[in-house]
Structures are given as C-alpha cells and as structure tokens.
Design a protein around this ligand. Structure first.
Ligand code: HEM
Length: 271
C-alpha cells in the first residue's frame, strides 16, 4: 500500500532541536522539562490543526511580506479603521442585549442602558464616539491612499472596494442615528429620508425603502435596526476580507518619493 505522505507544515527552525550526543549531563531540570513539554504541546496542537486545514500556509502568505522602503505611520490608518470597526461590532453586540427596537420602548431602553446597566454609559459612549472615530479614520486612510497614488494600477479594484466600504460606513451612521429614538434622532432622520427622496430616478424608491412604507412610522425603526446591526455590518466584514486579500496579494504602494518595486518583488516565500 502506498505510504501517505503528509505535508510538513512546521518550518524547520521552529522544531525543537534533538539533543546531540554528549550534550548536557543527561539530566534535565524540572523547569526545562515543563518548558519543553509546554512548547511541544503547542507545536503538536498547531501541527494537528495544520495537517487537517493547511492554514499555516495561508497565515504565512498573509503575514510574511516585504514592505516597501519608506513605509511610515500613515500606513497604519487602514488597520486603525479596521480596529474602529471591530470595536463598533463588539460594543454593538453588548448594546443589542439591552436595546429594544420598538417605537414605544426604544427611547426608554437606551435611557435604561445609560442609567442602570453596569458600564452601560461607557459602552454606549464608546459606540457613539467610535462611530465618529471610524468616519474620521476612513477619510484619513482614503486620503493616504489617494495622495500616495495607491489607487492606480494594479490597485483600482481595491480603491473601488474602499469606496463601497465608505458608503456602507455612512449608511451605518445614518441608520444608527435613529436608534435612540429621541426628538433629535427622529426629526433628523425624517430630514435625511426626505433628502434621499429628492434624488433623481431612484430617490423616491430609496426613501420608500428606508421608511418601510409611505409614512415614517413603527416599521421604519425595525427596518433601520436590521440594516444597522445585520445587513450592513455583514457586508462591511465581508468587504474588509476582500480588501485585505487584495492588499496581501498586491502588496502596499511605496511612498511617491521612493522608487516603487514590482508587486512580485514584494512577496517573499521565506519565513
Ligand atoms: C472599513 C473601511 C476600511 C478598512 C478597514 C480598510 C483597511 C485597509 C488596510 C488594513 C489596508 C492596508 C494598510 C494601509 O494601507 O493602510 C488598506 C489598504 C488600502 N485601502 Fe483601505 N480600508 C478601508 C476603507 C478604504 C477606503 C474608503 C478606500 C478608498 C476609497 C480604501 C482604499 C485602499 C487602498 C487603495 C489600499 C491599498 C494601499 C496601498 O497599496 O498602499 N480603503 N485598507
């Protein structure tokens, strides 16, 4: 029977080195034994998962890349935007545990979060200010990619994905604004909805869709809530995946004052 040869996923330099003959006095201290068995356990868990998934190859492909000379702090703005999004997702999950999207209970439930729930005011504040932070960061990141010429060949598609991410982030802001259901959010959303309705051709349909009917009413809040916490965050998460795949595949652009390298030169197969 042919012997099944499994791939060797752990790079040689990470494997524990066998002892050479004559090395040490033959006895190991308890500390060494504990450290070695801990390290070996870690490696065998990674080995076990990797033999079944080959994930380490994908992780290496994503993480081990050369970055162009001159890369600076401006290149962290994309990751900062991503962390702002993750923070919004985490705080949003906790808010959703207490928020009630019914027109008669919505305002009261947000008041309850702020005044009675443990750390409620803090989490609500993080979510509210985090929305502004994400908008600011996304614009700064877009400015960085624009002024560094990162929208040009071969990254045009990633720029387009970025534009969709920007629009989706704006939709998050619009739909989130209504949720406290106080006077300001109620009237501001009616204004925003009316502005949408003035758009050419699609405007009236869009405004109708957002209102969930001809009148601004009870169903509007449910519609905004489902767009805000299910539809758009799901789309943003998926598109961030596409965006980062393209960044990993194409590499980042060198700053305009540094001579650009070819995308192939930015990749390295070495660990
Ligand atoms: C949720 C929003 C976004 C997230 C989480 C995000 C994340 C990232 C990350 C982590 C990078 C790699 C590091 C860096 O260059 O900063 C990147 C690169 C890039 N992003 Fe975004 N981004 C977002 C929105 C946008 C927007 C709105 C645009 C433009 C309209 C855009 C265009 C690009 C381009 C062209 C690159 C490639 C940069 C290069 O090759 O140097 N992104 N993005």
């Amino acid at each position: 029977m042919p012997k099944l040869k499994l791939p060797n996923p752990i790079p040689d330099q990470l494997r524990p080195r066998p002892q050479r003959p004559g090395e040490g006095n033959g006895r190991k201290s308890t500390k060494d034994v504990v450290i070695e068995s801990g390290r070996d356990a870690g490696i065998s868990v990674v080995d076990w998962v990797d033999e079944r998934t080959s994930l380490s190859g994908a992780a290496r492909w994503t993480m081990f890349r050369k970055v162009p000379k001159g890369t600076n702090w401006f290149y962290t703005l994309g990751s900062a935007t991503m962390f702002a999004f993750l923070s919004q997702a985490v705080t949003g999950v906790f808010l959703a545990m207490y928020y009630d999207p019914s027109p008669t209970r919505a305002y009261e439930s947000t008041r309850h979060i702020t005044n009675e729930v443990f750390l409620g005011e803090f989490v609500r504040g993080m979510h509210k200010w985090g929305a502004t932070v994400m908008m600011v960061l996304i614009f700064l990141h877009m400015g960085r990619t624009f002024f560094f010429g990162a929208y040009k060949y071969p990254r045009e598609l990633n720029w387009v994905v970025g534009v969709v991410l920007l629009v989706l982030t704006m939709i998050m802001s619009l739909t989130g604004y209504l949720l406290p259901f106080d006077q300001r959010s109620f009237w501001a959303t009616i204004v925003a909805d009316n502005i949408n309705g003035t758009g050419p051709f699609l405007g009236p349909y869009l405004a109708d869709f957002l209102r969930a009917g001809p009148e601004f009413g009870a169903t509007t809040l449910a519609r905004f809530y489902s767009i805000h916490m299910l539809l758009v965050p799901g789309a943003i998460a998926a598109l961030i995946g596409v965006h980062l795949y393209l960044v990993a595949k194409l590499g980042t652009t060198a700053p305009p004052w540094v001579k650009a390298e070819e995308p192939e030169q930015l990749r390295t197969e070495k660990v």
